[in-house]
Design a protein around this ligand. Structure first.
Ligand SMILES: [Zn+2]
Length: 208
């Protein structure tokens, strides 16, 4: 989810069907709703796009970085399906592809800085302290329904209401409460929403 969300600025500059399909299948894969065949077809499309993109980039050897964006992005999206951590790294680290000259960044410096915010949003890893405990009892029907609605719609204005619902049943995880009531912005994959829905790997161990 980090790579898919962080790659969005690059995707906005590259309108390529294979890349769009890869993002869509990537999201479904994260939801456990993509088949092995979906992935195989996507990777085949990316392979063709890679060759196509590389050809034009090599052709315009002295060309501006935009021409390198397609093969770079295709590379990142391909890695997403096999080596997600490496995909995230390549998204952020300027890289040379065949071209022996200047490394070509995929994101602008500002977009790269925004990724620090994204790490906090998705992984709750901004502070120095340990993760605060989380209790299943806080995942009431009300809280789960709210979180499900937020997740499905991608509309986060109800986050403070989610905080109220959690606090009403005794939630004292101040990181989660402050996060819900903070200025955001939030994205799909927000660690609090995922935690309430029991999704993903952001769940800290419960106290015994
Ligand atoms: Zn959030």
């Amino acid at each position: 989810m980090f790579t898919l969300t962080a790659a969005k600025p690059a995707l906005d500059r590259v309108h390529h069907t294979a890349c769009r399909t890869a993002v869509e299948v990537g999201w479904r894969l994260a939801e456990g709703a993509a088949s092995a065949n979906d992935v195989a077809v996507t990777l085949e499309g990316l392979r063709a796009a890679w060759e196509e993109g590389l050809e034009s980039a090599i052709h315009y050897y002295e060309a501006p970085p935009e021409l390198w964006a397609l093969p770079r992005l295709v590379n990142v999206l391909t890695l997403l399906f096999n080596e997600p951590a490496e995909a995230a790294r390549q998204l952020l680290v300027p890289l040379s592809i065949v071209h022996p000259g200047q490394p070509v960044p995929l994101l602008t410096p500002e977009e790269t800085r925004n990724c620090c915010w994204l790490v906090r949003e998705l992984f709750n890893r901004g502070g120095v302290g340990p993760l605060l405990p989380w209790e299943n009892a806080w995942q009431t029907e009300t809280a789960v329904a709210l979180a499900a609605q937020i997740y499905a719609s991608g509309e986060f204005s109800a986050m403070p209401i989610l905080a109220d619902a959690l606090q009403d049943v005794g939630c004292d995880n101040v990181d989660a409460l402050i996060h819900c009531r903070g200025p955001g912005p939030h994205v799909r994959g927000c660690w609090v929403v995922d935690l309430v829905l029991g999704k993903g790997m952001n769940r800290p161990p419960n106290p015994v």
